[in-house]
Design a protein around this ligand. Sequence first.
Ligand code: ADP
Ligand code: MG
Length: 481
Amino acid sequence: MADDWTELYRPRNMAEVVGNPKVIKELQQWANSWEAGEPQFKAVVLMGPPGVGKTSTALALARDYGWGVVEMNASEQRNADAIRRVAVRGSRSETFNDDGEYLSSKDGRLKLIILDEADNIFGREDAGGIPAIAELVANTQQPVMLIVNDFYELSRKSSAIKNDTLQLKVGKVQGATMRTVLRKIAMDQGLEVPQRVFETIIENSNGDMRAAVRDLQAVGEGNAQMGEDDAFVLQSRMSVKSMYDMMRDVLHEIDTKRARRTMIETDENPDQTMMWLDENIPLEYKDPSELHRAYEHLSRADVFLGRVSRRQYYGLWSYASDHQSIGVTSSKSRPNRGWAQYRFPSYIMKMSRSKALRNMRSGISRKISAHAHTSTRRALQDVLPFITTMFHSDHEFRLSMIDTMGLSTEEVAYLLDKKVDAAEVKRLMQEVEKQRPAKEAPEKQRRDPEEQPPVRAKVPEEKAPEKKPEPKGKQSSLFEW
Ligand SMILES: Nc1ncnc2c1ncn2[C@@H]1O[C@H](COP(=O)(O)OP(=O)(O)O)[C@@H](O)[C@H]1O
Ligand SMILES: [Mg+2]
């Protein structure tokens, strides 16, 4: 199973948490007040949308201050008893270390009690959750942190929690900030990521950093030579995030109603969800008979999808979609264990990549055919392979071909088998650009005593590593012998 980048790159200390500087400062002040033995508030509520670093911040704070951690999250038992057991006990056990050894209270470190995704603890069936937390907030001898998406519910139900806690809002992560983090990750993974891909990821994420890191992993893992077309993959109508949520509800959990609802809310075309399920079922289902059942439902869904397209009757979509959601979900008798890194359907990936390539090749061939007075097909089959080879080996040929055929930067990159923003491609385009006026106005150019060095300001990207231009004439044109 692949490493989860969101875990791999989880900030380890407060300095690594990006964004929300005010919140961080207030938290540090709060921690200081605990260290001084006079806490202003016993508990802090961190509220904010998913994926902005709430959990990371809590853990980082504990680490920075050398505090122990007692953690509860919603995926564990979410009832009042559990909170009493874990949290209230934790709050009084400062005289024991993590191994249960007795420590004098002087040596006992503080323990940060984290109730993560606390809105879920308060929620629904167990009404006892909120009083238990209110009790904890009132009695704790240890710093408590409540993490919630939406504070409204909680504060509405308990004025004690509302009045006795310090409430801090964690905001969405800004695009520029996000870019810095994504760049670092890409560098660490040895990925070259086109600007467009970064932009698309950031746009899609809507301030959710976890989603952004996840998207980067989805397109970047095992794909160091990322191209512009990967941006296309990301842009494709589906929101990767909601697909992940859906995969989880269908493949991991067993609540069929919820799976169905999620599938409907996700509002994805069943053709798409089909490919996602197909790719990811084997990552979750390990029991052969369950695996079999799950694929059985997928194949039924496929039959319905076939009928939809044959009869053009979209009413059948709902059957396909129910097989996918209810059917696949109910193929297991209990929730799947462990944690699966869901994958973007490789089929879509391959198709979009090869489609982009095909478009590129036929675009170049059209240009060749216009110049060589031949059909596009002939240009594609007979001429392009030679041109590609010559383009690789002959600098003069490159320059004149770019100029006469008006090749675009993308096309040049394709012929050279380089990235669009590769330094070599850039240099080449600049050189062509420089030669152009020289051809059109030779008089003016000759008056220029010195050859102009490449103009720095013209380079749009940041710092293209300046390499020496290839020695001219090292290899003469293939046409010359
Ligand atoms: N402010 C941030 N700074 C750095 N990384 C972040 C930040 N917010 C989120 N991340 C990334 O997203 C992942 C999930 O963050 P997490 O703290 O679990 O979010 P939340 O608890 O708010 O849903 C982290 O492991 C990290 O990779
Ligand atoms: Mg969290």
